[in-house]
Design a protein around this ligand. Structure first.
Ligand code: SF4
Length: 334
């Protein structure tokens, strides 16, 4: 990772709302991402974790501009792409690629692997003829496949190999940022480590930056330099990987971490599993105060009234919780 911590991507107050039907002719807004801000430094892996439906995949797709943001800024090397039109986005699409969760669904079954990997080269008019073929073979080699694989179709490959094809396609345009949207969730455990090792090797060789989206906290810890924890469309904690796992401050992060199995029996005996009770609120009608108040074991009256904001509690460790930042509770009760 860059020693100077140059910022590659900065997301500021990002919101993504979807219009949904509430029945009986009424409509509402599903607040999938609600006022999220963070930075990703050049050469780092930034993990984004949370339960299914917390908004982490929507953030990834909004940053990649597969979704149009409702509000906020998405700065790539300082340039805001949040509200650019499709044609204006073209140069930024080269810098930013996505690896999807389901490698089979994301590969066109009627195209050969060579054409799948070559498609971005065609769209961006990067290479033709022999140069195109040579580049496809290079990319196959970089992800541990061979040039013989170029003439085969996706159904002829295993899940792990198909994810390698997805990675080769993502690398074709030499991007700076790769958004990895649960890239190993659909793979067997034995294959997951191989794909992670490949991503780490490629990062070292090419200085790539990753936004790594996952619900599997143990894998995110392994690969990420820093981690953001999401709950109900909000970022609730952000810290470097070691700090987040050793000293989690937000009650939701503490509960998530307590559920990770550890190989050491003494450590297992020491750890207390936190079982969350209460219902997960709907993002169509989220709580006015803390998004976690309906399940938090430490909830206070102020939590139901005032939304906690992300505050730096120690250098580089941010958390949105009235327990950690009690001055907000005082204000709420005044
Ligand atoms: Fe729990 Fe209140 Fe902190 Fe929210 S703000 S996590 S409800 S203590």
């Amino acid at each position: 990772m860059s020693q100077k911590h140059d910022v590659l991507l900065e997301v500021q107050n990002l919101k993504k709302y979807f219009h949904v039907s509430k029945g009986f002719g009424r409509s509402g807004k599903l607040k999938a991402v609600d006022d999220v801000s963070f930075q990703i430094f050049k050469g780092e892996t930034f993990g984004l974790v949370g339960e299914s439906g917390c908004g982490k995949t929507t953030i990834g797709r909004t940053i990649a501009r597969l979704y149009k943001p409702t509000a906020g800024q998405i700065l790539i090397n300082g340039n805001d792409i949040a509200h650019l039109h499709q044609r204006q986005l073209q140069p930024y699409r080269r810098k930013m690629q996505v690896i999807f969760q389901d490698p089979y669904a994301s590969l066109n079954p009627r195209m050969t692997v060579g054409d799948i990997i070559g498609e971005p080269l065609d769209i961006h008019k990067i290479a033709q003829g022999d140069a195109r073929q040579k580049r496809i073979y290079e990319l196959l080699d970089q992800v541990g496949l061979t040039k013989e694989h170029a003439n085969r179709f996706p159904h002829e490959f295993s899940g792990g190999q198909r994810q390698r094809i997805g990675i080769a396609r993502a690398l074709a345009l030499e991007p700076e940022l790769i958004i990895c949207d649960e890239p190993i969730s659909a793979l067997d455990v034995s294959i997951q480590a191989q794909v992670i090792n490949l991503l780490e090797d490629l990062q070292r060789e090419k200085g790539l930056t990753y936004l790594f989206i996952a619900h599997d906290l143990s894998m995110v810890q392994h690969i990420s330099h820093r981690i953001g924890v999401m709950y109900l469309g909000h970022l609730v904690e952000l810290a470097d990987s070691r700090t987040l796992y050793d000293e989690p401050l937000h009650p939701y992060t503490q509960a998530l971490l307590s559920a990770i199995p550890v190989p050491d029996p003494d450590e297992t005996a020491r750890r207390k599993r936190i079982i969350l009770e209460g219902d997960v609120p709907t993002p169509i009608d989220p709580p006015a105060g803390c998004p976690f108040e309906s399940r938090c074991p430490y909830v206070m009256p102020a939590c139901r009234e005032v939304r906690p904001v992300m505050t730096e509690s120690k250098p580089g460790h941010f958390v949105a919780c009235h327990l950690v930042n009690p001055v907000l509770v005082t204000l709420a009760q005044a």
